[in-house]
Design a binder for this molecule. Structure first.
Ligand SMILES: [Zn+2]
Ligand SMILES: [Zn+2]
Length: 141
């Protein structure tokens, strides 16, 4: 599947064009579907000028955003754990009933941590595939 930076939708399979806005991905295609680099004006194989419009490149600011997004659940979990630990210390000093509730919450936190430790690899791979860096055709300008 591929993610379209133009209309922000996903097309299944190995599409040449976006299903929703008709842009091609990181190349330009002529009516004969010859593949040309992003900066091509004319098809190098048949001379056609009717090249497709590729979707925009990933904006530069998006790369760190993706990194933050994949790290965010972990940071959030860490924060919750710290708040929980502080609350737990207070509960120890106060009542027995609270201690039991905190024990349950602690178990759930442990479960979340377990999930988090196992999820990120696949989650990150999923995100990377969504925002796959464009092919190296940086000869333009
Ligand atoms: Zn699109
Ligand atoms: Zn062509």
């Amino acid at each position: 599947m591929r993610y379209c930076n133009n209309c922000h939708r996903i097309t299944a399979g190995e599409p040449l064009f976006c299903n929703f806005c008709g842009r091609s991905y990181d190349m330009k295609l002529c009516p004969h579907r010859h593949v040309n680099p992003r900066n091509a004006e004319i098809c190098s194989q048949c001379g056609s000028r009717e090249l497709s419009t590729p979707h925009p490149r990933i904006p530069l600011w998006l790369a760190p955003l993706v990194a933050i997004l994949s790290a965010l659940p972990g940071l959030l979990l860490l924060l919750i754990t710290i708040v929980f630990a502080l609350g737990f210390v207070q509960a120890l000093a106060s009542s027995q009933q609270l201690q039991f509730q905190f024990f349950i919450v602690g178990l759930m936190l442990a479960l979340l941590w377990y999930l988090y430790m196992h999820l990120p690899a696949s989650l990150r791979r999923f995100l990377l595939r969504l925002f796959r860096p464009p092919n190296r055709d940086r000869h333009e300008h």
